[in-house]
Design a protein around this ligand. Structure first.
Ligand code: PMP
Length: 400
């Protein structure tokens, strides 16, 4: 029956971890997947999360189904975290929002909703490059996928002119996806002034902006600063869509907790949108899981846990920044690399787009047991003070 089913390729990102696991070398490093590790290279469960879990356990709560759009307290608090406590759109009850299966599920709900109801287009434009899963998510949602220029290979920074030009030249009312902060895979974000310019072009051309916010707090260490682009767009009258994930900033990867939301023009519109989100979600997975939403709700609603969370997010962001500095220092000062490595410290968030070519990446893996995606992206979160020098030495060896 299934003889006609062709063998599919492994996932480009998760496949790296499989290869890493099979390697027996003690020096091996996995810089493929974007999961935070502590300075001992161990998975890190936040202390505010452990405390929230204890409290929940003590309450002996039931395990009843959530509604289709999830845990109301969680959704409300998560929306506040994204749009700001003083957001007029929230105060005016015109943000349609639902719990989602983390960021991926939020993007998929958004893609499905746009493909059904966005009246002007069935195509979404992504930055080049973008997170590898964006294309299949939107394609499977029934949207065509296009691109706009983003990363400049010659500077390892933002190609703002190319980006603005492409946004300007797209058909009016196009759907564009933007990374709210800590762009994956490049680690390159627009500055506040550049966001102004982007917002203006999007406004002029009546484009629709779908923000993917998977790293709130990871870019600057401050959750409000990292939400600035989203808030600025909303305050300028953009009716944005937003995917929000708590995988990284609360270390809840496997709990699968996030939200999808859409800023509407009125409460009436919001209600209609929410009714359609329910109709869309019900046959997909009926209703979302309970546990992660309860944990996030607990952390966001308790001022002590909330402050603790803010300092833990900052701690993660700071450790990543210190690893960037150490990596560049070793390359330039200890190994005397003649290349310019400024982008390692200029880029932000969990990832560094090293600029390594595919053959150098292959050598790094084959000869030095360092695992990363073929595009030369490394997860800085996988580096520790113990192996940063080994990594620098290995990168130097393949780029000499
Ligand atoms: N968007 C981006 C840009 C990401 O990097 C990720 C995680 N790698 C996600 C969305 C979704 O992740 P999750 O489904 O685990 O929340």
């Amino acid at each position: 029956t299934w003889a006609q089913v062709p063998q599919g390729p492994p996932d480009p990102i998760l496949g790296v971890t499989e290869a890493f696991r099979a390697d027996r070398d003690p020096c091996k490093m996995n810089l493929g997947v974007g999961a935070y590790r502590d300075n001992d290279g161990k998975p890190y469960v936040l202390s505010c999360v452990r405390k929230a879990e204890k409290r929940l356990l003590d309450k002996s709560m039931d395990k009843e189904y959530l509604g289709i759009t999830g845990h109301p307290g969680f959704v409300q608090r998560a929306s506040k975290l994204a749009y700001g406590a003083d957001s007029p759109a929230l105060a005016e009850s015109r943000v349609a929002a639902t719990q989602s299966i983390s960021g991926t599920g939020a993007l998929r709900i958004g893609g499905e909703f746009l493909s059904r109801y966005y009246p002007y287009a069935k195509k979404i434009y992504l930055p080049t490059p973008s997170w590898g899963n964006h294309t299949p998510i939107f394609r499977d949602s029934g949207l065509e996928v296009g691109q706009y220029r983003y990363f400049d290979k010659t500077t390892n920074g933002l190609n703002i002119d190319g980006m603005l030009e492409d946004l300007q030249n797209l058909p009016a009312n196009s759907i564009v996806l933007m990374h709210a902060c800590a762009h994956n895979p490049t680690g390159v974000d627009p500055t506040a002034e550049q966001w102004d310019q982007i917002s203006q072009v999007i406004k002029d051309r009546d484009h629709f902006c779908f923000f993917d916010m998977a790293y709130q707090g990871f870019a600057s260490g401050n959750v409000d600063r990292d939400a600035q682009a989203v808030r600025q767009f909303v305050s300028r009258g953009h009716y944005v869509a937003l995917s929000q994930s708590f995988a990284k900033n609360m270390g809840l990867y496997g709990e699968r907790v996030g939200t999808f939301s859409l800023v509407c023009q009125s409460t009436e519109e919001m209600k209609a949108v929410e009714s359609q989100l329910k109709i869309l979600i019900r046959p997909l997975y009926s209703n979302p899981p309970l546990n992660g939403a309860r944990i996030v709700n607990q952390v966001l609603s308790d001022s002590t846990l909330y402050s603790e969370w803010l300092s833990e997010v900052k701690g993660m962001a700071d450790r990543i920044i210190s690893m960037r500095t150490a990596l560049k220092d070793h390359l330039v000062n200890d190994f005397g690399s003649q290349h310019n490595w400024d982008h390692i410290t200029n880029q932000i968030g969990m990832f560094c787009y090293t600029g390594l070519k595919p053959d150098q990446v292959e050598k790094l893996t084959k000869e030095h047991h360092v695992y990363l995606t073929k595009d030369g992206r490394i997860s800085i979160a996988g580096i520790s003070s113990r192996n940063v020098e080994y990594l620098a030495q290995s990168i130097h060896a393949v780029t000499k």
